[in-house]
Design a protein around this ligand. Structure first.
Ligand SMILES: Nc1ncnc2c1ncn2[C@@H]1O[C@H](COP(=O)(O)OP(=O)(O)OP(=O)(O)O)[C@@H](O)[C@H]1O
Ligand SMILES: [Mg+2]
Length: 266
């Protein structure tokens, strides 16, 4: 748990989208997108507002069914199964608007994130019913490790409503991380945070990748993307218009026209 496995990582394809398309009443929100995410990398999805970035995450995580096309996770098609089954296969996500139980404590939020994955499920997480002794112990260890990993180890009993915006963002990531996913999808992990407060989140995201969990994130803060992403995929009007290293994307004319507004911020 939380060891550095980056050096040992073999770069195989973890997730693949093939001609992935989602129409909303004539609007092609995602339009024949082909992409792949390799094990062990941080991939950033960028593009203007309304480009289809969140819809892409909704398709991968099963919240939307594609109009056409496929999503393959570790070689297996996952586009016709339910969101909880996709989560169970090891894909977890956060949302553009942070979704926390803000009347509960940090600890409760992490326990719920963890228990949703165990056999006994959410019902038992809420009503604290039967878990095996081993499950209880493993779950407690994982929750404590995760709290410490996200920098909230000393705030376990704090109510979420008292946390800073930045700490709430870290907790939302912790809830996704606590169930040991293989791939984590972060929808604007620094949304609403001012640029001066993003250093801790950048460090956390890099440590997630270094611990062996593959990261795909949507982000508008270009300086952050350029400093952190191994690879960038650019969407515009639902279509993939470019992909490559930060440097390649930064120098791509289509991307500069559609999104970067004429200047590169590497
Ligand atoms: N459930 C829906 N029903 C109808 N249209 C939708 C739905 N979800 C998204 N859209 C439309 O699909 C397009 C893509 O939306 P999406 O939320 O994926 O964009 P985005 O790239 O995440 O934008 P932002 O950067 O503003 O978050 C937009 O035109 C949006 O209005
Ligand atoms: Mg979005």
């Amino acid at each position: 748990m939380y060891t550095t496995s980056r050096e040992r990582m073999v770069r195989s394809v973890l997730l693949k989208a093939e001609a992935l398309t989602k129409n909303f009443e004539g609007l092609k929100a995602v339009d024949a997108v082909d992409l792949h995410i390799n094990e062990g990398e941080i991939v950033a999805i960028i593009g203007p507002n309304g480009a289809g970035k969140t819809t892409l995450f909704n398709l991968i995580s099963g919240m939307h069914r594609p109009t056409s096309g496929k999503v393959l996770f570790q070689g297996e098609a996952i586009n016709n199964i339910k969101p909880y089954q996709i989560a169970d296969k090891g894909i977890k996500r956060t949302f553009q608007t942070t979704a926390l139980f803000d009347q509960l404590r940090v600890l409760d939020n992490l326990v719920i994130g963890q228990r949703v994955r165990t056999k006994t499920g959410l019902w038992d997480a809420l009503f604290r019913t039967k878990l095996s002794k081993r499950e209880r112990e493993e779950s407690a260890v994982r929750v404590l490790q995760t709290a410490s990993f996200i920098g909230l180890g000393n705030q376990l009993t704090d109510f979420v409503s008292t946390l800073s915006q930045e700490a709430q963002k870290r907790l939302a990531i912790g809830i996704a991380l606590v169930s040991e996913p293989k791939l984590i999808l972060l929808d604007e992990p620094t949304g609403g945070i001012n640029p001066g407060e993003t250093a801790g989140l950048i460090d956390l995201i890099k440590r997630i990748r270094d611990s062996g969990v593959t990261v795909c994130l949507i982000e508008h803060k270009m300086r952050m993307v350029m400093n952190m992403a191994d690879r960038i995929i650019v969407l515009n009007y639902g279509k993939k218009i470019a992909e490559g290293t930060p440097e390649e994307v930064c120098n791509n004319k289509l991307v500069i026209q559609a999104y970067l507004g004429g200047k590169c911020i590497a």
